[in-house]
Design a protein around this ligand. Structure first.
Ligand code: NDP
Length: 299
């Protein structure tokens, strides 16, 4: 049986199109244009690429994009002052502070200074708590994108065994919360887990977010399972060039899985699409307008 290769690029394009349509409707019917502010501190090249890409997609979706590029020596007080200004700005519906921050800045303090209703990354402690208690939250973009793809390929998830590899605040833990909310039986494995391959073999759904190139092996996967690869790892090849690989050994696992995301072209594009979706959701909530329900699994 050949596996379904989950085309995250095409899926993300569909979500972005839905966001664009909804944005158009908000402008036409209510005269409101959703606005996303992205704050970058420092000149990390990878972060600069992400921020540029976010800005481009925001504009393409018909929204306003506000970029705040701050020098690496920006003080905590200056950064907090900017966040307070964005919190108070009615044209800004979503605020994203690009991580990681330079070491002299307290990440938790900065993230928790964002108005939770504008926290489109879903990292504010209020949103973490709301998600954990099954209430209406801003949901972190990467797990949200994963869930959309899992739903598309598995249908109703009730009763399925899901294993999430990785327990970070930004991917593993919120992913586990979302799958629990879908009535999956969820196991989270991490670096201290014993018999990890045996646990993975019981999974109907595997989400790999460990940051280890080609970590998940074919003989750890139950035949027909859905495998979502969050990992982004740059590995050096014999000829000295580098290539991107995931946390899953795609070539061998695809022979066993029922459906699998590639890297690149799987989860990555969905993360930005979900950021745009969260911005529209935030805009609707802030203006007490109906939300685009198809975008958010927690209602
Ligand atoms: P973190 O480094 O924060 O977390 C990694 C997790 O993997 C930890 O919980 C760690 O366990 C666990 N882990 C590490 N080694 C092992 C092991 N040998 N066996 C089992 N578990 C292990 O990473 P992130 O969650 O931030 O990111 C994970 C990957 O996803 C990275 O490759 C990152 O680049 C990618 N990513 C991709 C995104 C996208 O848009 N596609 C977005 C965000 C991340 P422990 O807690 O015990 O240390």
């Amino acid at each position: 049986m050949s596996p379904q290769i989950i085309d995250g690029k095409a899926f993300a394009a569909t979500v972005r199109e839905q966001v664009k349509d909804y944005t158009h409707g908000l402008k036409q019917q209510h005269g409101i244009t959703p606005g996303l502010a992205v704050v970058l501190v420092g000149d990390d090249p990878a972060s600069q690429v992400y921020v540029r890409s976010k800005g481009k997609h925001t504009v393409e979706a018909g929204m306003n994009s506000y970029e705040h590029l701050l020098s690496a020596d920006t003080s905590e007080a200056e950064l907090l002052a900017l966040i307070h200004q964005l919190n108070a700005d009615p044209a800004v519906h979503g605020i994203l502070v690009q991580l990681p921050l330079p070491p002299h800045l307290n990440e938790a303090l900065v993230i928790n200074a964002i108005d939770p209703s504008k926290d489109v990354d879903g990292f504010h402690i209020s949103n973490v708590g709301l998600l954990a208690t099954g209430q209406k939250a801003m949901v972190p973009c990467t797990p949200l994108g994963c869930l959309m793809m899992i739903r598309e390929y598995c249908g109703i998830l009730t009763g399925l065994n899901a294993v999430v590899a990785g327990r970070s605040h930004i991917v593993g833990k919120p992913m586990a919360q979302l799958l629990l909310a879908e009535n999956c039986t969820v196991t989270v494995v991490h670096s201290q887990t014993r018999n990890l391959p045996d646990i993975l073999r019981s999974a109907d759904i595997v989400v790999a977010a460990v940051g280890k190139p080609l970590f998940v092996q074919a003989d750890w996967i139950k035949p027909g399972a859905t495998v979502i690869d969050v990992g982004i790892n740059r590995v050096e090849q014999e000829d000295g060039t580098t290539r991107l690989v995931g946390d899953v050994d795609f070539e061998s696992v695809k022979e066993v899985a029922g459906a699998i995301t590639p890297v690149p072209g799987g989860v990555g594009p969905m993360t930005i699409a979900c950021l745009l979706a969260n911005t529209v959701t935030a805009c609707c909530r802030l203006n007490a307008l109906p939300e685009p329900g198809f975008l958010n699994p927690i209602t």
